[in-house]
Design a protein around this ligand. Structure first.
Ligand code: ZN
Ligand code: ZN
Length: 198
């Protein structure tokens, strides 16, 4: 995890463009998946009896690794109207929707500076942050079903000694980020626990 903070200096010019670029790609991917899923959602049938699934009660699941503990509340589900066992994911992109909850613009997430060399800055005063102990962060997002997904994460944090604030690090890239790699693994573990997802 150490490499998140190893860079000392960088130029300023990429600072804002990178945030926008990442969001643009994520939005594009989300929209494509949404269109594909729109066609599939209507076809979702019970695995056992073939009946068309109906809305089920929201579920709560938790999972952890050495560094992270994640609880997801309000997971939207589908169930079989004939009473066959199992809670199904509400849509095949539920995982993506939950990951989306970690919006880089969240007040809980550090501000990222640099392009090839990253620095994690305080969202409030822009001071460079220091590695700190595990803290609990809460994220909320209205999902496509219209209900609210809540994710509570205990994770190694970053600290601003000037503002006395803690942050989750910003994601440095969609590849090769071991912090977010491990975190998304834990989220995936929680979302596939006693839930039918494919
Ligand atoms: Zn059934
Ligand atoms: Zn600060």
């Amino acid at each position: 995890m150490g490499y998140l903070w190893k860079s000392e200096s960088s130029t300023n010019e990429w600072e804002d463009s990178q945030d926008g670029y990442f969001d643009m790609i994520m939005n594009l991917i989300a929209n494509i998946i949404y269109i594909i899923n729109f066609l599939f959602i209507m076809l979702k049938k019970c695995r056992e009896c073939g009946e068309t699934l109906i809305d089920g009660p929201p579920q709560e699941r938790s999972a952890e690794s050495e560094r992270f503990k994640v609880t997801i509340k309000g997971i939207p589900t589908k169930i079989c109207p004939r009473g066959c066992d199992g809670f199904y994911w509400y849509s095949p992109d539920l995982g993506m929707e939950v990951i989306d909850t970690l919006d880089g613009k969240s007040e809980n997430i550090a501000r990222l500076k640099g392009f090839f060399r990253y620095r994690q800055l305080c969202r409030n005063c822009k001071k460079e942050l220091e590695p700190a102990e595990n803290k609990v962060f809460k994220f909320e997002k209205k999902c496509r079903k219209g209900t609210v997904i809540e994710m509570i994460i205990s994770a190694p944090s970053l600290f601003c000694s000037r503002c006395n604030l803690y942050f989750l690090p910003a994601q440095t890239a969609s590849w090769g980020d071991s912090y977010y790699g491990e975190l998304t693994d834990v989220i995936a573990k929680a979302l596939s626990k006693d839930l039918i997802w494919k």
